[in-house]
Design a protein around this ligand. Sequence first.
Ligand code: SF4
Length: 269
Amino acid sequence: MIKLPPRTGQIIYGPIHSRRIGVDIGINLLVQEGKTCNFNCVYCQYGVTGNPTSYNKLKTGWVKPELVYTALEKELSKLAETGYRLDAVTFSGYGEPTLHPKFPSIVENVKKIKEKYYPNAKLTLITNSSTLKYKRILKTVKIFDQIIAKLDAATDKTFHSVNRPVNKKLDIQTIINNLIGLSSTVEHLIIQTLLFNTINQSLISNTSVEELKALSEAICRIRPKEVQIYTIVRAPALSGVKPASESQLKELKKYIDERCGFEVNVKIY
Ligand code: SF4
């Protein structure tokens, strides 16, 4: 099976086989029509962000926590009954999950449900790393067995061109510093970097030598447990955005290996 995104309105999706996570059940807290995100990445597989928002700004339209618990309990109990193997229960879905106003309490309750049926499955978060400056989010992400955090650029110009944050004042050095802080307190931080090329003159790709070097330096400062480098496999949000070549993915790995001075587990997908 390949990992397909949830349908709009779908809270629990899967089980699906992800190359990077294994067999997992996905939790989608962002069930409105159109993606809810504080980024609008040019390569996003969910298309252009339909509900752009910043942290704590969108007050309505969120999925009710009780619906998450009911749907998850139903799915996990059904799978456990049949002896199905599950590697992870993952917060991902149609946008940035940490934007949900009830994210901390939802995570705590989801963890309890997961423990009941699949104690060995990893509670996993896929995040765009932008909300780690908020204490309640930082405290909550530490509950996860595995945090997969996005870092596609290490310079502001490329960050704003690639990830297009709703908050134009958001700077990549703050995000990198927050990841450094998180990494020093958890053992399970994975940095995920998507590289791409572009044939659209108005867009900046993140595969220039300067950007790859800056990225590798940032990653070395973060000291994650693992780095996952990959490229586009589905239709991107903007036309003119193209997959990076295998040699470009390997080039980033080479810079990381050369620069860090300690062993980093770098995987290319
Ligand atoms: S952060 Fe994720 S969901 Fe949001 S626009 Fe970027 S790729 Fe899409």
